[in-house]
Design a protein around this ligand. Sequence first.
Ligand SMILES: [Zn+2]
Length: 460
Amino acid sequence: MRFAAPRRIMAAAVIGSAALSGCQSAGPTAPVASVASVDTASPDATITGSPAQIPGSAGTARPVTPSPSPVDETTRQVERLLTERSGALAAGDPGAWAATVHDPASAQGAREIAAYQGLQALGVRSLTVSDIRTLAPMAGDPPGVLTASVRLGYRIPGFDRADRVLTRTVSVAETAGRWRIVRWLGAGDQWEAFDLPGLQVAHTTSVLVAGPVPTEELLAQLAAAETGQGQVADVLGRATAAVVVVPTDDTEAAGLLGVAGSQIGSTVAATTHGRREPGRPAGADRVILRPSGLSRLTTAGRRVVLTHELTHVSLRAQSIHDLPFWLSEGFAEWVAFRDEGLPVRTIAAVLLERVRAQGPPRSLPTEADFAGQDGEAGVAAAYQGSWLAAQRIVRERGAQALVALLRELGGDPDVLAPVESAELAPDELALERAMSRHIGDGREQFVTLWRAELVALARY
Ligand SMILES: [Zn+2]
C-alpha cells in the first residue's frame, strides 16, 4: 500500500510511570525538496542571531530566473565551487575548502568552514551536484550576492547505500575577481548533520551517531542504538547500518527535519527521515532525535523510542514498498517493547481507557489517526492499537508469521527489479491475500478479533 507524501507519524505515550514512544516518519516518497516550501521561522537565525545576514527570506520560495541562457554565470560558478568543495573532501584539504568560502571570518563563513569539519567527521569524501538553477533576486538580498538552487548529494561510507539528496539554496559573491560561496544553506532549507557546528561522530559497524553534544552523551546514545540494532536483528535476521543524529535542542531538530518547530508534535521524541524512490529500498535514512521529547521519557522510554526508529530504518532498507500504517508502526512498537517486560495494560493504557469510554475503534489505525486527527491521545491510541494488532499476530501465529507478512507486502529488493516492483506495490487485495496466507484470517475477521480483544482487555 502506498501513501501520499509527505506523511507524518507522531506520537508519544505517557503510561503510568513508563513513558514510552514517539515517532515521526517522513514518507518514503517525500521529496526532500518539498521542505523548501515549508514556512519556517528562519532556523539559521536562531543559531547565528543575525537573520539579516542570511540570504533569502525565511521559507519563501524564490522563482527561478527566466534566463535566455541555460547556463549563466551564477550556475557556472556554483557548479565550479561545489566541485571544488568535493575535491577538497576527497583530498582531505581544509585549505582548498576554505578557498571556496566568501568570508571565513564572518559568522556565516564560520558555518561554511564548520561544514567541512562535519563532513570530514562523517567520513564523506565527495559531493554530487545537479539541477543547478539560478534564482531570482529578492528584496533584502545583499548587493552583489547571487543565488541558485542545487540538488546536492552525499553519502556516508559504510552507512548510506545511496546518496542522500538535498535541495539547497547556495549564494555566491565575487570579490577580487573570484566568486566564492557566501552560504550554502538557505533560510528555508533542511539541515543535515554537517550543518551543525561542532559535530562529533562515533560509530560501530552497525550504527553511526552524530551530534554537537558531549562525547559522553554521544557514546551513551551509541550504546543504546547498538542494543536496539541487536533487537532488530533478532527479529529481522539482520539490522541495516543506521545513522542517528543527536541535536542539542528542538530548533536543531526542526532544522534537520526541514520544518518549523511548531510543526512537530510536542510529544514527538524521534523521527525517521529520508527519501525513498518508488519501488526502491530506502538508502540514506536518518533517525533524528528530539531533545525535549526524549527528556519527557524514562530510560526505558528512550530505549523503546530508539529501537522503534531503528526498526523503521531496517525495514525501509530491506523492502521496496510502504506498509499500511498499522502494520509498520505496530511492528516497530512490537520490536521495541519485546524485551521490556511491561504488562499489556500498561503499554496499551491510553487505548484501553478510550475503549472503556467509547468502545473499540471501528477499524485498524489509519494514516489520519497517526497524523493526529483525534488529538495526542488519539495518536497514542493508534500506536497502542497497532502494537496490539502486531502482538496478536505474534501470539496466534508466531513472530515468523508477522515477519513473513511484512516481507511479502514490503517486497524484496533483491528479487524484483525496481521498475517492475514499483508497479506491483501491494494494494488492498494483496493485503487481504497476505493476511489470509500468513495470519489465517482475512482482514475483516482479523479486525473483528482484534476489537474483541480490546474490549476484553478494557474490562479488567
Ligand atoms: Zn514509527
